[in-house]
Design a protein around this ligand. Structure first.
Ligand code: FRU
Length: 424
């Protein structure tokens, strides 16, 4: 198997590399890149459902959009089962941890609305049962298309397979609330190709998901980011000089990090409607560093491209580590080269005392970062945890050149609109 640079050598752009040397600069608990502690007495959005990945309604340029004064968010959602015998432990108590851990297998897309950008009211499921072609409705992006309220929801249809799909519907408002209508015909867009992006046949633990369409502010074309892994049989990837980077003596050993092959994928639309897509080589690869670069997204600021992606401690390769959280990279043009923000890439990580407090961060163009609460330690010595499945406090960051700084904390699930669209 070729190294990342050899593999994509003849393609229009070379992926930028997040190297092992970059990752050695990642340090948990730097206050400028660490999420403030989430208290264990957090409020819960709903005692009926868990929510996790949160996808604010936005326009194609990335601006968080309200409609007729109503904010709308989409969430991955699963029922809580406090009374289901399947989720009772040997003492007859609800095993919420197991229920929460199982949620990915029954994830469905729901929506919520609000007048205040917080205090979300549950709207319901986006698609009726049977509309989506697979069992799991995984993350993506809702885009408000026009003043008629049309919305394209791009998301991932998972199990069997993993396909990037879209479904079109409409947002309807009254003075009392919001409903989503339509969302009845799901259109498959593309799957991993096995040449640039790893397939299930090449690796049972492959990732191919989380579409984030956008219009390039410079060339005006329609593109889409997504999470992938670099193509090739599992275990066959090469962690060469380029992937290692400039490491100090004694740090050349890459261990088994050839199993870590995350990348941020990109596709370009062949049509204006975004129904026909061509996959391009990844923008960024993390071979030898990390196995997951999830929910990639952009903030366009100061003429630069700020690329953000979420990742975990457990997906790092041998000899490198970092907190669960959001990582970032910056370039002067869409196809790079990308440089890790803050030298390391780390933008907002969990504190080491509460390593799973939040996840699935989304950096919005106003510098606000939303995420969900996973689990927060409670009691003596933090031996117990309280499961979240709800919105975390929003964090404010300042993005300055190649650096970022945590500067503020806001209310739980605070996702204020940046533009309001009056529907016709
Ligand atoms: C991030 C994530 C996404 C995926 C979803 C599955 O939290 O792993 O990449 O779409 O959760 O539940």
């Amino acid at each position: 198997m070729k190294s990342t640079t050899e593999k994509f050598g003849n393609t229009p752009h070379l992926p930028s590399l997040w190297t092992r040397a970059d990752a050695l600069k990642v340090h948990a608990d730097d206050p400028t890149t660490t999420q403030p502690l989430v208290s264990a007495d957090f409020p819960v959005l709903s005692d009926k459902v868990f929510i996790w990945d949160t996808m604010p309604l936005r326009d194609i340029d990335g601006n968080i959009t309200s409609v007729d004064g109503w904010s709308v968010i989409f969430t991955l959602t699963a029922d809580r089962h406090p009374n289901d015998p399947q989720y009772l432990d040997e003492n007859g108590n609800y095993d919420i941890t197991r229920d929460w851990t199982d949620r990915h297998g029954r994830a469905k897309m729901y929506y919520w609305y609000s007048r205040t950008g917080k205090d979300w009211k549950l709207g319901g499921r986006v698609m009726a049962e049977g509309v989506s072609p697979t069992v799991r409705e995984w993350a993506g992006t809702p885009i408000l298309l026009n003043e008629q309220g049309e919305v394209d929801l791009y998301y991932t249809a998972v199990t069997p397979g993993a396909t990037i799909v879209k479904v079109r519907g409409r947002v309807v408002t009254t003075e009392h609330g919001v409903s989503l209508v339509g969302f009845e015909k799901v259109k498959p867009l593309f799957e991993a190709d096995g040449k640039m992006y790893q397939t299930e046949a090449q690796n049972a633990f492959w990732g191919f998901r989380d579409p984030w369409p956008f219009r390039d502010p410079k060339d005006g074309k329609l593109y889409m980011l997504f999470e992938g892994n670099v193509a090739g049989e599992r275990g066959s990837h090469k962690v060469g000089k380029a992937e290692i980077g400039d490491v100090p003596p004694g740090y050349e050993d890459v261990g088994n990090s050839r199993f870590q092959t995350a990348c941020v994928g990109i596709a370009v639309a062949r049509d204006e409607d975004g129904d026909d897509w061509e996959m391009l080589p990844p923008l960024l690869t993390a071979v030898g560093v990390n196995d997951q670069t999830e929910r990639p997204h952009f903030v366009f600021q100061d003429g630069k491209y700020y690329l953000f992606t979420i990742s975990h401690t457990f997906t790092y390769g041998d000899g490198v580590t970092g907190p669960d959280g959001v990582y970032g990279f910056v370039a002067d043009s869409l196809f790079g080269p990308y440089v890790p923000l803050n030298g390391s890439g780390l933008v907002l990580g969990n504190p080491s005392s509460q390593p799973f407090q939040t996840y699935s961060h989304c950096v919005m163009p106003n510098g606000l970062v939303t995420s969900f609460i996973d689990s927060v330690p409670t009691g003596e010595g933090g031996t117990q945890v309280r499961i979240g499945g709800t919105e975390a406090p929003t964090v404010g960051i300042k993005i300055k050149g190649q650096q970022t700084f945590v500067v503020a904390e806001y209310d739980y699930g605070y996702i204020p609109p940046m533009v309001d669209v009056t529907l016709k």
